[in-house]
Design a protein around this ligand. Structure first.
Ligand code: G3H
Length: 482
């Protein structure tokens, strides 16, 4: 579509000195613009996806698997040519440091490569089997239909592509709405999409969610909803579909991953993992550690060492070497974090690292809070930012109750050295979360591992192999030959 309508400015979270004004005046940079589509245009994208799905034999959904793979291989080759530009935009749009932005780009390419390899393997392994004497069967994995893929601002490339790529490669046609922040970085890839896929197979829409995605959902023509973001966003959109029971949903949602620090934990390792787990990319990871439970006897030692480690983290701009804390892209985020911080301080927690919790433009310095208790907002609310709450416990049952009664269940970490005690906790928690990390932080990677969660944290499972299943359906073809 040659868009003639309204445009939306994309503003960087990074403030620079305003050359036009005297003194220390700062201004945010407008990085570019995206089309502000209306509902009518979004519906044209839907029509195009529906038509591409229904073109008949040999079209995208029924194309030979190896042929479809060639389209994705071509896309990957072209995408790699845009590495520098996408990394640059990741830094400017969402404030990701250079090493983290490069890692996001490279792991996304690895993910695409692994998905291609897994599908080739699956294609080789798909053979006929005998159902009974005189009758043969074969499982065909068929696409689900028209998929709507939406990803979050914190991993606008990786998280989005871990739904987009399996959706495409399994033969679905796709409507893709880039994240609200981290949206411009898709533009260097537009030509790669255009050159690699048949018309209508992938359709990219921009604009306000309610006006664009809302009408798509209301149309009832979306078959698969792949969404990584907030619970509210996912449930608002799901509710708009007239036949929700026909909608397959693959969701990665909110989380409040706890670390459980047992009395015999190796403190040096625990501190290193908890700092990285809580504060990588400013704590803006769904997989971040968002609350630390420590046995009372080790609390003072933990807090002291965490405070020193956090004080060493340098705040600055994404391109500066050695910087760990960078500007936050969500408008109003520093105010939200300040409210959580003040609520905890009002209710008796103490700030443990001097200089923590201070705001400068869109920067927020990490704050370590201790002792945190159940009366504070930080105990249950997801901060998605650089606040590190530490809760002392006397009896491990207090922590077990927290995990079992929580609304979220993505991951947790256990730090301890007694295999018996750790093993018992693993048994207790195995059905409460999607991943249990022992003596290490919570994380999604490697992306070939199953990525899911329990309760309100997820629906379905992503990864390489799981995603191929999630974005397709098995159909049994059975033939009698006697
Ligand atoms: O926000 C969720 C991301 O998938 C995190 O990935 O934990 O491997 O950094 P990661």
């Amino acid at each position: 579509v040659q868009w003639q309508g309204e445009l939306s400015p994309v503003v960087s979270p990074i403030y620079i000195r305003d050359e036009q004004r005297d003194g220390d005046a700062l201004q945010q940079v407008v990085l570019g613009h995206t089309p502000l589509l209306d509902g009518e245009t979004a519906l044209k994208a839907l029509d195009s996806a529906v038509k591409a799905y229904d073109l008949g034999r040999g079209a995208w959904p029924t194309m030979a698997v190896l042929e479809r793979i060639q389209h994705v291989e071509k896309f990957l080759a072209l995408m790699q040519l845009q590495r520098d530009e996408v990394i640059r935009l990741l830094m400017w749009e969402i404030g990701k440091t250079y090493p983290d932005a490069a890692k996001e780009f490279d792991r996304t390419c690895d993910y695409i490569r692994d998905t291609i390899a897994a599908l080739k393997q699956q294609d080789r392994d798909a053979s006929h089997f005998i159902i009974e004497q005189g009758s043969l069967g074969k499982i065909r994995r068929v696409p689900v239909g028209v998929a709507l893929c939406m990803g979050p601002f914190n991993y606008p490339l990786n998280e989005t592509f871990t739904t987009l790529i399996p959706a495409l490669i399994m033969g679905n046609t796709v409507i893709f709405k880039p994240a609200k922040y981290g949206v411009l970085l898709i533009q260097p890839l537009l030509q790669a999409f255009l050159q690699s896929f048949p018309a209508g197979v992938i359709n990219i829409i921009y604009g306000r969610g309610r006006e664009t995605v809302g009408v798509l959902m209301e149309s009832g023509k979306i078959d698969l909803f792949a969404f990584i973001g907030t619970n509210k966003g996912a449930s608002d959109l799901k509710r708009m579909h007239p036949k929700p029971h026909r909608l397959r949903a693959v969701l990665g949602l909110d989380a409040k991953n706890p670390a459980i620090i047992l009395p015999d934990a190796d403190m040096a390792r625990t501190v290193k993992e908890c700092v990285a787990g809580s504060l990588s990319f400013n704590g803006q990871r769904c997989t971040a550690l968002k609350i630390l439970f420590v046995q009372q006897s080790r609390a003072a030692d933990l807090v002291d060492k965490l405070s020193s480690a956090i004080s060493e983290l340098k705040a600055g701009m994404p391109w500066q070497q050695g910087v760990a804390i960078t500007p936050l892209p969500e408008p109003g985020k520093t105010q939200f974090l300040t409210q959580l911080l003040e609520d905890a301080l009002d209710k008796g927690a103490k700030l443990q690292n001097p200089g923590g919790g201070q705001t400068s433009a869109s920067l927020f310095t990490p704050a370590l809070l201790y002792p945190v208790n159940s009366s504070m907002r930080l105990y249950n609310e997801e901060q998605f930012g650089p606040l590190v709450p530490v809760v002392p416990y006397n009896d491990i049952n207090e922590v077990i109750d927290y995990v079992v009664n929580a609304n979220f269940g993505q991951q947790l970490s256990i730090f301890g050295q007694d295999p018996q005690q750790v093993g018992e906790l693993v048994d207790i928690f195995a059905n409460q979360v999607g991943r249990i990390n022992i003596n290490s932080q919570c994380q999604r990677g490697p992306d070939s591992f199953p990525f899911n969660g329990r309760k309100d944290s997820a629906e379905g499972t992503l990864s390489v192999v799981d995603a191929l299943r999630q974005f397709s359906t098995p159909t049994l073809v059975a033939a009698k030959y006697q």
